[in-house]
Design a protein around this ligand. Structure first.
Ligand code: PMV
Length: 325
């Protein structure tokens, strides 16, 4: 009744931004991501008949409060799926997602937890089944089940049985790189959950965002299939800008950007004018991720590190899906 799994973070090129069902975590749009090699979580789950509640240890620290409750609620879903409601678990997680890289660890964390937890209870699931369960821990985590280029199909059904990710290309298809640029920032964080909710409910621009998704997805997939970096980069950057524009149309309006966020965005656009193909994308926070090709790695890293207020630049290749240890 014990299993260990490893899962990597992912970065969306077409963003997931909005839920149509908060309980089941069903999105209002499909999204597309790449899984990253550099950042991952390893999680062991051991179910034990002698336990009377779950225990969650993260980086050698016993976790309580909301983070614990989220994990325990998710374990409950796994227990229900396996028909073993009264069996509690000891969860031991180690994050190799340096907070310095500015990544949330929830994607790799919930993907590793879902994989280890279901395996520990003897469930033999397909990747699609596993992705669907993982989605209910954290939406974007459902994409981290797979390596390479991954699409989360929003699905149509209201019970969520068709909302899961699939792999569109493996990690060996194309060597695209990502630089995670972490900034000095003391801004108060609006969680992705709260930001999405406010945007869906109040943003004047939200319908425009949704209308633009089918074409962005189509262009992105064509760009990935033909390894057209300019196309993939341009579509990703524009999609990110549209997502962030919806927050400015919300009531009350808000933005995840910091002045230094804009400085990095402008520097990336200047790189292109100098002939270095590089494109940015940004999630629900001030940090920036920059897409580039291996032949430009040295230049890109140097230019990004020289920007004032940049604290850290971490480079990553495209990575694999969930593995069991
Ligand atoms: O799954 P969450 O709650 O971490 O939300 C992720 C939202 C974005 O990172 C902004 C976009 C995405 O698709 O990952």
């Amino acid at each position: 009744m014990k299993a260990t799994a490893k899962a990597h973070t992912n970065i969306a090129l077409i963003k997931y931004w909005g839920k149509r069902n908060e309980e089941l975590i069903l999105p209002t749009n499909s999204s597309l991501s790449i899984t990253l090699d550099g950042f991952y979580t390893t999680t062991s789950v051991a179910f034990d008949e002698d336990l009377s509640e779950d225990i969650f240890v993260l980086n050698n620290e016993v976790i309580t409060g909301e983070a614990y409750r989220r994990v325990s609620r998710f374990l409950h879903l796994i227990r229900e799926t396996a028909g073993k409601q009264n069996l509690y678990a000891r969860v031991n997680s180690v994050n190799e997602v340096p907070t310095a890289a500015g990544f949330a660890s929830s994607a790799s964390g919930f993907a590793a937890l879902a994989a280890a937890g279901t395996r520990a209870l003897g469930l033999d699931l397909t990747h699609e089944d596993l992705s669907r369960i993982t989605r209910q821990g954290s939406g974007s985590a459902c994409r981290s089940i797979y390596g390479g280029f991954v699409e989360w199909n929003m699905g149509k059904r209201e019970d969520g049985t068709d909302s899961q990710a699939i792999q569109i290309q493996t990690e060996n298809h194309w060597d695209v790189r990502v630089a995670a640029v972490e900034l000095n920032s003391k801004m108060k964080k609006i969680s992705s959950r709260a930001g999405m909710k406010r945007t869906v409910e109040t943003s004047a621009f939200y319908s425009g965002w949704l209308d633009s998704i089918p074409n962005d997805l189509k262009e992105m997939k064509a760009g990935i299939a033909t390894k057209d970096f300019e196309k993939v980069g341009a579509v990703a950057e524009a999609n990110c800008l549209k997502m962030h524009a919806t927050t400015l149309g919300a009531t009350p309006p808000f933005t995840y950007w910091h002045d230094s966020t804009m400085r990095v965005m402008q520097t990336v656009q200047e790189m292109r004018k100098k002939g270095i193909p590089a494109y940015f994308t940004i999630d629900a926070g001030p940090n920036v991720k920059v897409l580039y090709l291996p032949e430009n790695e040295e230049q890109v890293e140097k230019i990004l590190k020289d920007i004032p207020d940049v604290q850290n630049v971490t480079l990553s290749k495209i990575g694999p899906g969930v593995t069991y240890l």
